[in-house]
Design a protein around this ligand. Sequence first.
Ligand code: KG4
Ligand code: ZN
Length: 340
Amino acid sequence: MSSKNTYILGIESSCDDTAAAILCNGKVLSNVVANQAIHEKYGGVVPELASRAHQQNIVPVVDQAIKQAGITLEDLSAVAFTQGPGLMGSLLVGTSFAKSLAYGLNIPLIDVNHMQAHILAHFIEKEGSEKPAFPFLAMTISGGHTQIVRVDDYFKMTVIGETIDDAVGEAFDKSGKILGLGYPAGPEIDKRAKLGNPKAFKFTKPQVAGLNFSFSGLKTAVLYFVQKKLKENPQFVNENLNDVCASIQYTIVEILMDKLKIAVKETGINRIAIGGGVSANSGVRDALKEAENSHGWASFIPPFEFTTDNAAMIAIVGHLKYLNKEYANQTVMATARLKL
Ligand code: KG4
Ligand code: ZN
């Protein structure tokens, strides 16, 4: 292989997905994710089970990423890994593995902030995909995160709003659980929402100052609403599921869009880049398209494989830091509450 090429291995293990990816000069050669089905029957991620599953998955996942990329370990320029934020037991598996591998191969080790990675996923080299120009606003929405970030440069980011309790994905998943849907419920709610009436039922939106979010009240509102309706009609959920899903999704999308509108007004920036599992939501996508037409915004949505938790986004941050020679040393530690 040519020595001019930069091959970065990215490793992600912050939550319940064990992932490894290889990027060559910022382009994806492989992007492998092992999902942990074990959590489905518990209706949420069980940290202790997650770290055990990472332990089992990490070697085969990295091995597969290397093989699919058609390279060998000796071709690697550096190893990038998620330092945090995330679940401590999960982070420890990826961190320890990355440290050992970089040490063994005698190549640079690069620590990556998972939240930065969700944002910089927009810079993975891909034909036909447009990158947002700086400055832009990034909204990271998933089962673990809800943030609005002002991005002035690759590594100059400021959190301007975030959730004070549940993440937006939890609002989908916990509402779905109340309705008897499987975990994670977001995709199912989205599917059913397309068949229902978004104005059928009204859920009050939380009043949170500034750009912060709150989603825990919505889950409680859905619970009380469903309990009340079931008392009147035991078949209520079965008979109205699509309308209930459409109404919940409509409320969530409104909450997100209300804050984005304030953020655009306050910053004067109307380029919006979204990331995280909830960016797959059709209601969110439609609302952004609508805002492009009616408010002149530009929106950026990465391909699904780069927007849910994945290692290609870790590797792209690794690539950018590698170009700056920003390396970690062997004393680096997994940090559960790592800030942006
Ligand atoms: O980014 P991700 O895979 O993992 C983290 O949580 O970090 O996001 C998973 C979340 C779950 O809460 C899931 O319900 C939600 O993303 N999700 C969706 C959709 N697809 C995934 N929520 C609403 N609509 C969707 N289409
Ligand atoms: Zn994430």
